[in-house]
Design a protein around this ligand. Structure first.
Ligand code: FAD
Length: 451
């Protein structure tokens, strides 16, 4: 029997897609830069079906690409050509929040927004958030160890995982869903799978940690003359506002692109750099925020403590990815730089990119999570296949002691860079782990580890 028939026996004919009209949306990534034809898209309903699909693919020697919401930005969740795409879209069950333990069991295919809503209904907070919330899945978030703006206070996805269920390439189901806070018996396998980008296992369920919701929030948008000034404001916020929840930045060019895309006017005066800070607490944190801004010598800021006002300010920051993509296919480099070197990095960036962009003009739009030293460098201009700009930016980052991937992952976009960034010894250790869990290289070949 052919593989497609075997898969249809496992998940039902309706959930094996081969018609190009139906598979197309699974075959190109969110940026439009990465993708290829899938042999088929298969949509299992639970861990048992995932295990059977993996066994069938292993027997047929056909590789498999796990996919959640397909909002990844490094090409790791789309086929390169000829793979089976395993979509988790049907594994989306959400259990009741366990208020005593502060956890909720969630299917890997549930969206981040669905998880947030389930937590909010009982006064809890999933405490991880970013603009792709309505489409990205909990499995994808964990597979990438996603971060977002609130990682500054609450950590990345890793800090939220209290347990995992996952299926290895040979169909073995691993389940650590007890929710024990203390359990150091043996190797921490869930920890190994977090951030593995679908190369070691398919995550099917997650036990997600929630926290009591902090009802009082205040957001400030602050125009500043330089990144160095932004650094000083961050320092003051850390010193005076323990309720600091997020500290983001963007630049003039980025704001102009977002304003044009959203057809709105700027709520704040013109500046080279904009800092967006949010504080959250049980009682109104406005006093703390004001004290911090005062200590930093900030004279001009737009402050909002109501939902509409706050969302309006956040839309300026969160609208960057979509607004930039509306202009063209950008080269997206999600990098991390030690805070002390961030100013240096941003100052050298236009010149480094300009020198590398031999095909013509390059427009550089950096923005991101200032508090984490995490910059999303977006470059418009060079063609999608022209990697020279990416190489130049990553070279600069590594030279400054930074990381080539802060939260989006390595995917296929940066696989060739991994050895340069992490060294031959670490790469060999990673290959040994991959070889132990997926000896035939069935899962997501070419992602994270270069072929
Ligand atoms: C507008 C926008 C804003 C964004 N902002 C942020 C941000 O602030 N912070 C951030 O960290 N990211 C951000 N991202 C990137 C992206 O949303 C995250 O990487 C997200 O975690 C991907 O989830 P997904 O379900 O869409 O995964 P996909 O794109 O489907 O897959 C991503 C990777 O995870 C693997 N994968 C997916 N599901 C599973 C599974 N169940 N088991 C094993 N492997 C799996 C895939 O194989 C692939 O390698 C943003 C993206 C967009 C489009």
């Amino acid at each position: 029997m052919g593989l497609e028939h075997l898969l249809a026996d496992i998940v039902g004919q309706a959930h094996v897609l081969t018609d190009p009209g139906l598979t197309a949306s699974y075959e190109t990534d969110w940026t439009g830069r990465f993708g290829g034809r899938a042999r088929a898209v298969v949509r299992p309903a639970d861990a048992a079906q995932v295990a059977a699909v993996l066994r069938a693919c292993a027997q047929a020697g056909v590789p498999l690409v796990p996919q959640g919401g397909n909002t990844g930005l490094v090409g790791g969740g789309v086929p390169r050509g000829g793979e089976i795409v395993l979509s988790t879209v049907r594994i989306a069950q959400l259990a009741e929040v366990d208020a005593a333990l502060g956890v909720v069991a969630v299917g890997a295919g549930a969206t981040l927004a669905a998880l947030q809503a389930a937590a909010a209904r009982v006064g809890e907070d999933a405490t991880l958030d970013f603009a792709a919330r309505d489409s990205c899945t909990v499995g994808g978030v964990v597979a990438c160890d996603a971060g977002g703006a609130r990682a500054l206070r609450h950590g990345t996805a890793r800090a939220h995982v209290a347990g995992l269920e996952a299926v290895l390439a040979d169909g073995t189901v691993l389940s650590r869903m007890s929710g024990l806070t203390k359990d150091n018996a043996g190797y921490d396998l869930p920890a190994l799978l977090i951030g593995s980008e679908g190369t070691l296992a398919v995550i099917t369920r997650v036990l997600w940690r929630v926290s009591r919701r902090l009802p009082a929030r205040v957001t400030a948008l602050i125009p500043l003359a330089s990144v160095a000034e932004a650094g000083r404001v961050l320092e003051a916020l850390r010193a005076h506002a323990p309720s600091l929840e997020a500290c983001e930045f963007f630049v003039r060019d980025g704001l102009e692109i977002v304003l044009a895309h959203q057809r709105r006017r700027s709520p704040v005066g013109d500046a080279a750099v904009y800092l967006l800070a949010e504080c959250a607490a049980a009682a109104d944190p406005t006093g703390e925020l004001a004290e911090a801004l005062d200590a930093a010598g900030v004279r001009d800021a737009v402050v909002a403590d109501d939902t509409i006002g706050r969302e309006g300010l956040w839309a300026l920051r969160e609208g960057h990815t979509e607004a930039i993509n509306a202009i063209g296919i950008p080269h997206k480099l999600d990098v991390g730089v030690p805070l002390a070197r961030l100013g240096d990095f941003l100052e050298r960036l236009p010149q480094v990119v300009g020198a590398a962009a031999v095909t013509g003009e390059a427009r550089v739009i950096p923005f991101g999570h200032l508090g984490d030293g995490n910059v999303h460098v977006n470059v418009l201009g060079p063609g999608p296949q022209d990697d020279r700009v990416d190489d130049a930016v990553l070279e600069l980052v590594v030279g400054l002691g930074g990381t080539i991937s802060a939260e989006h992952g390595v995917g296929v976009a940066k696989a060739a860079w991994l050895e340069r960034a992490r060294g031959a010894d670490e790469l060999a250790a990673m290959r040994a782990v991959k070889g132990a869990l997926d000896p035939a290289g069935q899962l997501n070949p070419g992602v994270v580890l270069p072929l």
